[in-house]
Design a binder for this molecule. Sequence first.
Ligand code: FES
Length: 163
Amino acid sequence: MLSTESLQQIDRAIKKYPQEQKQSAVMAALAIAQKEKGWLSNELMKYIADYLEMPSIAVYEVASFYTMYNLNPVGRFKLAICTNLPCALQGANHTVEALKCRLGIDWNETTADGLFTLKESECMGACGDAPVVIVNNRRMVSRLAPDGVDAFLDGLKNEKESV
Ligand code: FES
């Protein structure tokens, strides 16, 4: 189900914890599995549960709690937008509406070209930079106002075309 390289990475993560607590590597294992497969199917989460000798439901609880894990296929760019109070007070909801309007999708949907997926997110601890968007779990975009949405999306599209 996973490549030898991914399993070696998971084994390295397991070694960071006492032998009888290999389930402590679950977050790392999920991230490694998602990096290889793009998203976490039920079968893949069951595989990880068996590998870490822990209940499948416990793996699902972790995977479903954090927005960085994809429980369904996502587009090339997953845009996670914080809608908690500090971001909302700085206009996050207007940014969300601009993104939805420009992309023609709602939360948890992916554009027909497979490029963009919209996810609602909890606080990312960067409230001073509100409204905040995280691209593909790694790149933070600060103070994204509605009038900056077109340039933001065009920039990502250009990245895709230059690859
Ligand atoms: S409320 Fe949005 S980053 Fe904290």
